[in-house]
Design a protein around this ligand. Structure first.
Ligand code: ASP
Ligand code: MG
Length: 410
């Protein structure tokens, strides 16, 4: 019999009916004789609601108190799920992150897991109980409650699977798995049978938000295969696994789109050593994450630099730079939120040439203008006008033949 870690996201436990549905699924695995550890997120949009609530009290809440507040969301779901399992005659116990012994560092709201003491969970499993663990939370060495960053329940599940040497780690969500692209944009998108950790990470950074990036990193580091699947069906989902040779045969695994970035342009930046360093150091010190960067050719003493940041950080970035306008010596900084970043991802790029050229040709044929380009070993991203975003995705999906089943299967 196997030890299974299952994680259910907020949409899978959004209301009492759905919680009962999850309980039935968990009970079924338990009846088959498996040991089951269940990690749950907060109900539906609870975490967002709690953040909004805090915003009604203060503009700058203490991070420690935010963790105290946000961790309550998951505490509601574990208790309700335990009750639903009891209703089905299935022995179950709910535990918070601290009760499980999920020890983290002290960086509130984005804590890292340092260690998991699996003893309590193992003890409960020995008693034949289903163990329900609150996702997203832990405690630091001073016993302060911490949270692991948005989407952190995924990380709880992966880290628990590692700590308990689980046989399987299943991530239940409201979609059937990982697709070649967002099926809402391209209905012919195909569910992938497998995707490598690295590809999944690139897809996530490019806008495909199925799992928290850090959880994928950790899964990759320890080689923990993850099964992403739907809590509303019994269909096989997508396995996130270590890459093997055959996976390189496919040129492009998927196309993703990120509409949550803004482009900033800093005009007439002095064209001399050390200026870019100062500009981006300033942003880094203010905690702003910069993505694609281009610097135009300096024809004179000054040049323009454009870069993208998460849309939510754009105003802060503008403010941060304006404050340094005199010391850095540029004339102006402007913001463009009307952009989308489309990316093609695949480990096959490592061994195949010409992917970038093909991507640009596909976009050119549709008359789509590329504003910025960035590449990694297994990803090419183009920033285009927001209005061209979905059209670009559809063109690339068709142009790289992703609708052909054989591609998804390998
Ligand atoms: N409830 C938390 C969030 O919304 C954690 C999670 O869902 O994984 O970010
Ligand atoms: Mg989530």
């Amino acid at each position: 019999m196997a030890l299974i870690v299952q994680k259910y996201g907020g949409s899978s436990v959004a209301d009492p009916e759905r919680i009962k549905n999850v309980a039935r699924r968990v009970a079924r695995y338990r009846k088959q004789g498996h040991s089951v550890v269940v990690v749950v997120s907060a109900l539906g949009d609870t975490t967002d609601d709690l953040i909004e609530l805090a915003g009604k009290i203060t503009d700058c809440p203490s991070k420690r108190e935010m963790d105290m507040l946000l961790s309550t969301g998951e505490q509601i779901s574990i208790a309700l799920l335990a009750m639903a399992l009891h209703e089905l005659g299935c022995d179950a116990v709910s535990l918070t992150g601290p009760q499980v012994g999920i020890l983290t560092d002290a960086s509130h709201m984005r804590a890292r897991i340092v260690e998991i003491d699996g003893r309590r969970v193992r003890e409960e499993l020995r008693r034949k109980r289903v163990v329900i663990v609150a996702g997203f939370q832990g405690m630091d060495a001073q016993r302060n409650i911490t949270t692991l960053g948005r989407g952190g329940s995924d990380l709880t599940a992966v880290a628990l699977a590692k700590a308990l040497s689980a046989d399987t780690c299943e991530i239940y969500t409201d979609v059937e798995g990982i697709y070649t692209t967002d099926p809402r944009i391209e209905p012919t998108a195909i569910k992938l049978e497998r995707i490598s950790y690295e590809e999944m990470l690139e897809m996530a950074s490019a806008g495909a938000q199925v799992m928290q990036s850090r959880s994928i990193e950790v899964a990759g580091k320890y080689d923990i295969p993850i099964h992403v699947r739907s809590s509303f069906s019994d269909n096989e989902g997508t396995w996130i696994v270590k890459e093997d040779r055959s996976m390189e045969d496919v040129l492009i695994r998927g196309v993703s789109i990120n509409k949550n970035e803004a482009k900033l342009t800093v005009r007439r930046v002095p064209n001399k050593p050390g200026v870019a360093a100062r500009l981006f150091r300033r942003l880094a010190d203010d905690g702003i994450n910069v993505d694609v960067i281009i610097q135009n050719i300096g024809r004179s003493a000054a040049t323009d630099i454009s870069f993208t940041v998460p849309a939510g950080e754009a105003d802060a970035a503008v403010r941060s730079l304006r404050g340094a306008r005199k010391s850095i010596g540029f004339t102006d900084v402007s913001k463009d939120t009307n952009i989308a970043k489309v990316s093609v991802v695949g480990i096959g790029m490592r061994s195949h040439a010409g992917v970038a050229a093909t991507m640009f040709e596909i976009l050119a044929k549709k008359g789509i203008n590329i504003e910025m380009i960035s590449t990694s070993e297994i990803k090419i991203s183009c920033v285009v006008a927001r209005a061209d975003g979905e059209r670009s995705v559809r063109a690339l999906h068709a142009g790289f033949n992703l609708t052909k089943r054989s591609h998804a299967r390998r």
